[in-house]
Design a protein around this ligand. Structure first.
Ligand code: AMP
Length: 214
């Protein structure tokens, strides 16, 4: 099973991907995470992407498609892929079809998380993750059970994304509306899109996604 999780920044793609990984043994392919690792490791791609990401703009189609191709090449055949934050442009969506065919895969579902943009700004500017295991938290909606200690791994180190400021979030939403939302149309024509209410409680969103996959 190969699925795309689509939605503006803060729609819950990362949270729901983590659950699909835990509950269904699928693999999350997040170009945002791959790029952040490249920035941290100061690789040539990372050096190129850093400023673009901090401005909330898109990294080039060639770079992100090459990252996805390499990840799929390294993955076991029977393992399902969740594309999180990719494709984001028409060129990437065409590239994905070719890459999937090359690896003997096909796209089964595109799930769009439908959300209210103003609520997203609050979601995004309050979010943080465990620096060790990556578990996601939020200042208001999901604090660690013991303040300052990760529920999952006990680490006391947390981090925030440098592009999670209100100004950059608004820019990233504009990019989503202008370049990413239009890629849904061809998928709609193929009859593989399901829209899920991304403003519902996290467990309800997970249940709605599970219903699509079953
Ligand atoms: P994300 O973690 O998915 O919100 O991505 C963070 C940032 O990485 C985006 O704002 C872009 O600058 C860059 N990025 C991630 N995925 C892509 C993609 N598929 N195409 C272009 N840029 C991307």
């Amino acid at each position: 099973m190969n699925i795309i999780l689509l939605g503006p920044p803060g729609a819950g793609k990362g949270t729901q991907s983590q659950r699909l990984v835990e509950n269904h043994g699928m693999r999350q392919l997040s170009t945002g995470d791959m790029l952040r690792s490249a920035v941290k490791a100061a690789t040539p791609i990372g050096l190129q992407a850093k400023a673009v990401m901090e401005r909330g703009e898109f990294v080039s189609d060639e770079i992100v498609s090459a990252l996805i191709d390499a990840e799929l090449a390294a993955m076991g055949e029977g393992v399902g892929a969740i594309f999180d934050g990719y494709p984001r442009t028409a060129a990437q969506s065409e590239a994905l079809d070719e890459i999937l065919a090359k690896h003997g895969r096909k796209l089964d579902h595109v799930i769009e998380l439908d959300v209210n943009e103003d609520a997203l700004v609050e979601r995004i500017t309050g979010r943080f993750t465990c620096a060790n295991c990556g578990k996601g938290y939020h200042d208001t909606f999901e604090t660690p059970r013991q303040q300052g200690v990760c529920d999952k791994c006990g680490s006391t180190e947390f981090k925030r994304r440098p592009d999670d400021t209100e100004e950059t979030v608004r820019k990233r939403m504009g990019e989503y509306r202008g370049k990413t939302a239009p890629i849904l149309e061809p998928y709609d024509e193929r009859g593989i899109v399901t829209r899920v209410d991304g403003m519902a409680a996290i467990d309800d969103v997970t249940a709605a996604i599970d219903a699509v996959l079953s």
